[in-house]
Design a protein around this ligand. Sequence first.
Ligand SMILES: C[S@@+](CC[C@H](N)C(=O)[O-])C[C@H]1O[C@@H](n2cnc3c(N)ncnc32)[C@H](O)[C@@H]1O
Length: 652
Amino acid sequence: MAPSARAEKAFSYMNATLGISKEQVKPVLINLLRVYEGNWELIEDENYRTLIEAYLDSEKDKAVEGERKPNGSGEGGQKSTGEPFLVDVDGDLVLSIMDSSSKMFSAEDKKPSSKVFEQKNIKRSQTFTEDDRPQTSSQALHSTASEAKKISSLPRGSTKGRESDHEKASSAGHRGRFEMNPVKPRAKKPKLLNSTNNAGDLCVKPPSNQDLQSKNLVPACINDTRAYNGSITIGSSSRLEEVKISLNCDSALAGLNFSIPDLAVVMKFMDRKYLSSSKTADPQFSTAKLLNDLCSIFLKLGIRKGSNSNLANSNTLQYASEEERKPFNFISDMTKGSEKVKISLIDEFGGETLPKFNYIPCNIIYQSAIVSISLARISDEGCCSDCSGNCLSSSLPCACARETGGEFAYTPQGLLKEEFLTACATMKTEPKDHHFVYCQECPLEKSKNEYMPERCKGHMVRKFIKECWRKCGCDMLCGNRIVQRGIACKLQVFLTREGKGWGLRPLEDLPKGTFVCEYVGEILTNMELYDRIMHESGNDRHTYPVTLDADWGSEKGLKDEEALCLDATYNGNVGRFINHRCYDANLIDIPVEIESPDHHYYHLAFFTNRNVSAYEELTWDYGIDFDDEDHPIKAFRCSCGSAFCYDKKQKG
Ligand SMILES: C[S@@+](CC[C@H](N)C(=O)[O-])C[C@H]1O[C@@H](n2cnc3c(N)ncnc32)[C@H](O)[C@@H]1O
């Protein structure tokens, strides 16, 4: 749509929904277009939320300005003359700027918003009169946004984003961090401090509060010097703000066309421009966080490298504990070259010791497990020795598709078929009675109590994928050989924020049905696992072993050595880092038959059950009964964050 048409649409919307005239909206719109560099999407988003906010802010600015200058004159008694106007240049709506002597905008006009400053201070005075107790800046902003809601009768949802945006900005950082100096030094160029001060801060020397108050630019009630130090703090390390990133816009301010933009808007713009649109960043990522992290890293590295004498007189040393001085961990390939792809490990907080385990790319028998792998056990009917090339491209599915109902489980693109995925998921989430088999003598119960085992609690009969294997005539690139070819997507082990320990995430978007990895570990009998658990101290166990329980009930007298499980505690692959999520995990585990036609032993493969974005944590529903006090492995306190979390203790 042509920019002028977009402008007309915005005017109509504002008029129709809020009764605001075109004349009133126009200067605000022009301002926003300038701030957002003509990016209409940012303005049109969520029913013109940003435009509505900016309009309300401009109204508030006018009211404040009116109070400051009862005679209505601008600073120095000059009124800004003329109206800014939009012109359509080659299809782009651009702001017409007159020469500097005509000054299209006064500094106030150009200021997109001073809401951060004003809201905080409005709230501050309210806070002390209302309940005598200071609030955090996010609380303050929250309350102010609600006030805006009251006065504006905005369409539903229009203030919602506003609150959360502000909260995001303030909670991502430190209290009051995103304040900026609302007073724009104008003709007078601010003096510079020494290029670096003691705090390593490059900043503009602040005008004193007295100066500001004498110019009637700051309400007298304000006494927080941090808010008026003249430099614009755009990020800082946590805690005491020892390291800050300040913007020095001294020379820009000296120019005629520059006024300090609202920092929250700048951050939002950066987020949208560089993060939301790119697929390479964590959805949680924000510019504000980036800048704060940069400060924290700077602080940590500085403390490690510098001599203590640098900080000897500083309080900051008090919390520079050994724990905090640990370096950030980054391992470019934690698989030690044993996978086709490198899998990095990163600890962005620098406080965690590396996981102690041995990386193995495929399962290994620990000791007594019986896993019969022999070509002789694979009958000619159970494989496709007559095939060649890619089984998926032949007109009739070969014998290897029999297990999956005569259709291959995979699409030609190498994804798990939608129907198959749905059927597996439904069996897991809504199992029916007929999905269970019961052992006469359950090896699982026997492993818990050899002499007086309890009755079998039932084992689910699961759907299997069967892949082509060595006896098959097709080649290794056959579309029915996905899991056996190993990990193909870009993955990273990372330290989670929620206290779940390490987790796994993809570094690229993964479509629904993508094979991610297997759960690889030592193949143990259940008896061996039970012994292992009994001899461990509670702290040793940070993984959750997987019981391979397929087909148990279908045979009589299953031997203990055939009742198997996978334990990745000491030897495992990246699958051991996949954390649990109740109900709405993004991975599903599906048994895969490759080299062994019996179902005592099989591979457990993880597939995405929906599209997963790059950097989104990969999770799997372990199927834990959090109320089962008798289970040999004590269930962890779940921090999955799902709205459907079944851990009642966590909720309570
Ligand atoms: C298979 S491991 C996952 C990797 C593990 N986070 C690590 O750092 O090695 C399972 C263990 O991770 C932790 N864990 C997994 N999911 C969790 C969750 N939703 N909440 C809390 N802890 C979790 C528990 O300690 C659990 O025993």
